[in-house]
Write a protein that binds this ligand. Structure first.
Ligand code: NAD
Ligand code: MG
Length: 397
């Protein structure tokens, strides 16, 4: 029996994780669930999965949860605040930690799990974007097992040689005969939309992803392709490679989830439905396999696969992220912070869709050469870049 902690259990990835775990009660038990503010959803999850602990970021929400659980006779112990999330991520009885908080807020609890040498299932790509080098050093130093949940990175991981999958110190890709990582992306809802109409797209249009159902922030990031940019940075760290080793390929059908090109000309791809329960089941069972609720692919229904290069005019955010990746950890931390502020402002109706890139570009230019040597530096820069981005929001016309 493996004991699982889910950070961000009420989100899209959190719910998908519970739906996979529900199929395998003999193999997994839920030790703890955490959320920011959604009391009723976390209450329902506690009643179904009976975790030993539940934690909420918001103390008021935690108090409501505690009362409701007591009324229902559920013995789950309720905790509150960011320290509670860190403590549960590092709990001595936890074997597996699903890192599924959205944004920079996921960094510290995810690192808390890494520092205890847990098996960490990483959905929270922003953690790696902010702290890549430091994060991977800690994984090595503390003997943690890091398994990618992001579908592209999970696909690449599945296509890599077993020697890479099991290495505690990640070898260079060239040593494994690998020429390129091919990171696929659908292009989002605006792949074919007239460029001059992008300034007026609504939030509802931006979050309506053609293939995936996801949380709001990542859905907007998919529409700008900043998501692929964050994934580019994520891949650079996860797979110990240089920016030149990664190509982004548009594949609107979202059936191939990414590929690895070998030096002999072979390309290995991982295919599947666009459903996160496949990578989640893969990582939970690794190195074995187990069933998931996902429908098998029916090749008679897959009429066309198409591929193209992402257009820099349509997706400037992708290229900002690639530039930040080349510049270093300070640049990627600042860009991530700016993007969280800008996407939040777009969702709140304060700025236009195309303003997201304006904020990101200016913030990246300002912090491009900032060096971050410690976790404190990273947290301080995240704070400073958010303040700078907030200030930029006020100057947009
Ligand atoms: P979501 O918005 O649906 O859920 C986010 C979860 O984090 C919720 O449980 C929420 O309560 C919690 N949370 C939010 N802010 C918090 C804070 N400040 N402190 C503590 N908890 C907080 O997001 P999601 O779509 O499930 O995405 C989660 C992460 O997984 C993101 O980093 C995203 O990029 C990544 N990811 C998601 C998908 C997907 O299909 N949804 C795919 C690949 C990667
Ligand atoms: Mg992805």
């Amino acid at each position: 029996m493996r004991h699982v902690v889910i950070l961000g259990s009420t989100g899209s990835i959190g719910c998908s994780t519970l739906s996979v775990l529900a199929m395998h009660p003999q193999q997994f038990s839920v030790l703890a669930l955490t959320a920011a503010t959604q009391t009723s959803k976390l209450l329902a999850q506690c009643l179904e999965f009976r975790p030993r602990f539940a934690a909420m970021l918001c103390p008021k929400a935690a108090a409501e949860l505690k009362t409701a659980l007591k009324q229902q006779g559920c013995a789950t112990e309720v905790m509150a605040g960011p320290d509670a999330l860190n403590a549960l991520a590092a709990h001595p009885d936890a074997d597996v930690v699903m890192a599924a908080i959205v944004g920079a807020a996921g960094l510290l609890p995810t690192l808390a799990a890494v520092e205890q040498g847990k098996t960490v299932l990483l959905a929270n790509k922003e953690a790696l974007v902010m702290s890549g080098e430091l994060f991977m050093d800690k994984v090595e130093r503390h003997g943690a097992t890091l398994l990618p949940i992001d579908s592209e990175h999970n696909a690449i991981f599945q296509c890599l040689p077993a020697a890479f999958q099991h290495a505690q110190k990640r070898p260079a890709l060239a040593e494994m005969g690998i020429a390129k990582l091919l990171l696929t992306g659908s292009g989002g809802p605006f792949l074919n939309r007239a460029l001059d109409s992008l300034a007026s797209v609504t939030v509802a249009e931006a979050v309506a992803h053609p293939n995936w159902i996801m949380g709001q922030k990542i859905s907007v990031d998919s529409a700008t392709m900043m998501n692929k940019g964050l994934e580019f940075i994520e891949a650079r760290w996860l797979f110990n490679c240089a920016p030149a080793d990664i190509d982004v390929v548009i594949h609107p059908q979202s059936i191939i989830h990414s590929m690895v090109q070998y030096s002999d000309g072979s390309v290995l791809a991982q295919l599947g439905q666009p459903d996160m329960r496949t990578p989640i089941a893969h990582a939970l069972a690794f190195p074995q396999r187990m069933s998931s609720p996902v429908q098998p692919l029916d090749f008679s229904q897959l009429a066309n696969f198409s591929f193209s290069k992402p257009d820099p005019e349509r997706y400037p955010n992708l290229y900002l992220a690639i530039a930040a990746c080349a510049a270093g950890q300070g640049a990627t931390t600042a860009l991530n912070a700016a993007n969280e502020v800008a996407v939040g402002a777009f969702i709140d109706g304060q700025i236009r869709f195309t303003d997201i890139c304006r904020v990101n570009e200016k913030c990246l230019a300002h912090f491009l050469n900032y060096a971050t040597r410690s976790l404190d530096d990273i947290v301080a820069l995240d704070f400073e870049a958010r303040a700078y981005a907030q200030q930029l929001l006020r100057t947009l016309n």
